[in-house]
Design a protein around this ligand. Structure first.
Ligand SMILES: Cc1cc2nc3c(=O)[nH]c(=O)nc-3n(C[C@H](O)[C@H](O)[C@H](O)COP(=O)(O)OP(=O)(O)OC[C@H]3O[C@@H](n4cnc5c(N)ncnc54)[C@H](O)[C@@H]3O)c2cc1C
Length: 452
């Protein structure tokens, strides 16, 4: 009997360092390559008060899918893109194409896991292969059970940072053909010339790998620890996050480049700190997996019964989103996000702290707005960072007061940033603020001219 595979691309939109796709290429006679375009969930639509993903995020995803489609086409394959994030379309494909083998990246988030479970429930004969291949480590290499994941980042880091990371890359030179009965390429890839014109900040594996090469061909990594908190500019932090979020570049590929950089130019505190930050990403990934739906606070089915935001909070939230809170550092960061789809880590901490503490708004509204706008939106990094700042990452620990739990308690404290002090530290000349308030100045001078 013919073995027909279906490879579901989710947060692994890449060909390189894709061990699961390699496994698929070796185990079936024909293969369907399918992706589901990430859409804003109804829970996040409700919380963010945005109808769909913002323009920058939408474009970045589209570019990533187009680039993947192009790479697959070079291997004689085709990408089918489903538009709805439900099992319906998948089940239909499995049944109509008589799929026997199902391959999907393991995911840390509840909805994405549920999608696979729902598909398997309706197609119980499928043979499934899954892997967590968007992380540095496999969970079975940890010296603890996942159910006993340390409750603080520091404890986690100390136990894992010396573990071996396997970075050998699987090169895919061949993919089995598309089943002949599969028609309808759901999406036409961009023409090759258009795709390569989009430069280093475009979505997709090609642009991501180019960015990685560029970053490490400069000396930026050698000074990362001193510059990483800056509010702007490519040389200050790596900007790997957009490609990591969609899995266009794997963290292992980044780690391999980091080690090569250290071998050629020397290791120092800064190069270690890039690894340190990747460990934060790693920690939040496994944290998200262990927390399940509790990370998001409530079930989407509960939503219609809850008051969203009262009129005052609703107006404050709208001002926060558009960068009009009158906290100039916060407004500048929010305008940067709205204009580019990106915001620095420092900026994210400040705007989150402002939403939670100055404006008194439930952090989940902010997290959902980020979800709709960020080109690097990543479910675990986003929701865990927001919960961390809100002091909601380990909710149970707040009731626990004994000394041994001091570290856990620290993860349950909310972070409140002094916006004046932070501005003095990170934008003393107001260069960043002025950059993003230029429109105000232009419109103020227009108003002034109108008056005289
Ligand atoms: C409220 C809030 C929301 C966030 N939402 C996201 C998100 O949706 N997606 C996302 O990728 N990151 C998120 N972050 C983490 C961090 O801000 C971004 O990863 C970082 O700004 C990306 O820029 P960079 O690649 O230049 O980071 P660098 O400073 O160069 O760090 C290197 C890599 O380490 C990882 N990393 C760094 N800091 C963190 C962190 N605090 N948590 C998890 N991983 C980290 C990222 O993968 C990053 O690309 C959020 C942080 C906060 C405070």
């Amino acid at each position: 009997m013919k073995k027909i595979g279906l490879y579901l691309f989710t947060n692994d939109l890449r060909i390189n360092d894709n061990t699961l796709l390699y496994q698929a290429s070796q185990s079936v006679d024909e293969l369907l390559c399918v992706a589901i375009e990430p859409r804003l969930s109804s829970y996040s639509v409700w919380l963010s008060q945005e109808p769909h993903n913002g323009a920058h995020r939408h474009l970045f995803i589209k570019q990533a899918l187009d680039d993947l489609a192009l790479s697959l086409a070079r291997l004689g394959q085709r990408l089918f893109v489903l538009e709805r994030n439900t099992s319906e379309g998948l089940v239909q494909l499995v049944k109509s194409q008589q799929v026997t083998h199902f391959f999907a990246s393991s995911h840390c988030a509840h909805d994405e896991r549920q999608l696979v479970i729902d598909t398997l429930t309706q197609c119980p004969d499928l043979l499934i292969s899954q892997q967590h291949h968007t992380t540095l480590f496999e969970s079975d290499t940890f010296p603890f059970e996942l159910t006993k994941l340390p409750r603080s980042f520091t404890k986690f880091r100390l136990q894992v940072e010396h573990l071996e990371i396997k970075t050998e890359e699987s090169v895919i030179a061949y993919l089995p053909p598309v089943p002949q009965t599969a028609t309808d390429p759901y999406r036409e890839p961009l023409l090759e010339s258009e795709a390569s014109d989009t430069g280093g900040y475009a979505g997709g594996e090609t642009a991501g790998l180019t960015h990685l090469e560029n970053y490490f061909s400069n000396d930026y990594a050698g000074t990362y620890k001193q510059t990483r908190n800056a509010l702007d500019s490519i040389e200050n932090s790596t900007k790997f996050s957009p490609w990591l979020a969609l899995g266009c570049v794997s963290p292992k590929t980044i780690y391999r480049h980091l080690k090569q950089f250290e071998a050629h130019r020397g290791a120092n505190d800064s190069t270690y700190w890039i690894y340190f930050e990747l460990l934060w990403r790693e920690y939040f990934y496994w944290k998200c997996l262990t927390l399940g739906t509790s990370l998001f606070g409530r079930k989407s089915s509960d939503l219609p019964n809850e008051q969203l935001l009262d009129t005052t909070a609703g107006a404050s939230f709208a001002k926060w989103k558009s960068g009009n809170t009158n906290y100039s550092i916060v407004d500048a960061c929010m305008r940067q996000l709205n204009a580019t789809g990106y915001m620095s880590n420092r900026g994210r901490q400040l705007v989150a702290s402002c939403l939670i503490h100055e404006l008194g708004i439930d952090w989940r509204h902010g997290a959902a707005y980020f979800e709709s706008q960020l080109i690097d939106y990543d479910v675990s990094s986003n929701w865990c960072n927001w919960a961390y700042i809100a002091g909601a990452l380990n909710p149970q620990a707040t009731q626990n007061t004994n000394k041994q739990n001091a570290a856990n308690q620290s993860q349950s404290k909310s972070r409140h940033f002094d916006l004046v002090k932070q501005t003095e530290m990170y934008d003393p000349e107001h260069a960043f603020i002025n950059k993003w308030h230029q429109d105000d100045k232009a419109s103020a001078s227009t108003r002034y001219q109108d008056v005289i």
